[in-house]
Design a protein around this ligand. Sequence first.
Ligand code: FAD
Length: 467
Amino acid sequence: MSSYDLIVIGTGPGGYVCAIRAAQLGLKVAVVEKRATFGGTCLNIGCIPSKALLHASHRFEEAGHSFAKMGIKVSAPELDHAALLGFKDQAVEGNTKGVAFLMKKNKIDTFHGTASIPAPGKIDIALADGSQQTLEAKAIVIATGSDVAKLPGIAIDETRIVSSTGAIALEKVPGKLLVVGAGVIGLELGSVWRRLGAQVTVVEYLDRILPGMDLDVAKSFQRILEKQGVAFKLGAKVTGVDSSGDTLKVSVEPAAGGEAQALEADVVLVAIGRVAYTEGLGLEALGVEKDARGRVVTDHYYRTSVPGIFAIGDAIAGPMLAHKAEDEGVALAELLAGQAGHVNYEVIPSVVYTFPEVASVGKTEEELKQAGTAYKVGKFPFLANGRAKANDETDGFVKILADATTDRVLGAHIIGSEAGELIHECAVLMEFGGSSEDLARTCHAHPTRSEAVKEAAMAVEKRAIHM
Ligand code: FAD
């Protein structure tokens, strides 16, 4: 029986990164993946295909709306739907093949099949070719990720009633798309299809969009999306979808109770969140503890309640983000190799890849208020930023939250073109315990959008220059 220092179950961003880092540190490593390709949710049906579609649909919209005012005359763009899906598939293939190459390069043994854990130190694999194999390992990592959260009573067929998986592969642009859930995935994929011509309505249970993000940012972002043509029904719940006719009839009720309304749609996208996925691993029999939401319970060192079994990524608590899973993968590999790996959960950026983008790191104003922390706010609009004006991309602002006493930056929130890139100077600053003064005194190149970050830091002490 083959024996390893480490076997990782699942090759999403958590699993494959953990395997590579462990191999770099000299451990004998194997991975087991039940999909035909490596890369997990993120590379196959998540981050990468959605970003390819967001990129392509943004270019489509730019060609139709923004080129003319820059003096670029083009005829109205036409959509080649098959080529669009092909562009997305190519992005997925390039990335998943890249992971396969890295597995080989790092001499990691790979097994395609479904893993279960019959006992600590042992893995059974139902291999893709129908055979069985058992492996031994000193350490086993559960990196099995997450799955789509289902809405009770609404059956997903991935054709007309879709999850994100169906929504990245629609055969044509729907006339009317109803999105259930105003979280990141719903707003990103809603934006894709709106840009390509769909009439999009987002139904959200809460009275706000982007739960968990800074409220000021969420409100402002909602206004921008409404200007773009997205309709919102907040404080409302979808209670059923009648799919008997050619058009879907969606029952929507006020969240607080009241009369139901029927909305028509060609496609319904259920995007109410994701749940940890650990099915079939045999965790119950092993006694691996899970929380009320089905997530594997781990300590600070990613140890589960059973010695020798560890867990990372979407399968455990914390934000369901690829980079959080990756950093946990690195930290765990380093811990297993006797080093001191750790993840700073206070500084995990999060980005909505719409146009404009929304990016956030650290605390929101609501969280600071709730914790009773005295804070100062510095805000700077892109309308007053030279580069944003030159590019005619002035929607949004930068908001910096700093401790009222120490000036340490506690949170940064940005709406704007390239916000997902801009946020990282704030993340690095926060990782080093920097202050708004540090940011304000750092020379920033002109003309860049990053100057808005510096000016927001200056605005903390009410000394922004261009406002
Ligand atoms: P996963 O990526 O889910 O990988 C788990 C793997 O384990 C899967 O490949 C699965 O097949 C395998 N597996 C499960 N059980 C077994 C078993 N028993 N045996 C063998 N293999 C098994 N995050 C971001 O940070 N940025 C984004 O832009 C972003 N966009 C997203 C867009 C969409 C549409 C979706 C759905 C998600 C997006 N996410 C994004 C979230 C991101 O995909 C996840 O946070 C990330 O993939 C979690 O990584 P993971 O390694 O924990 O698990």
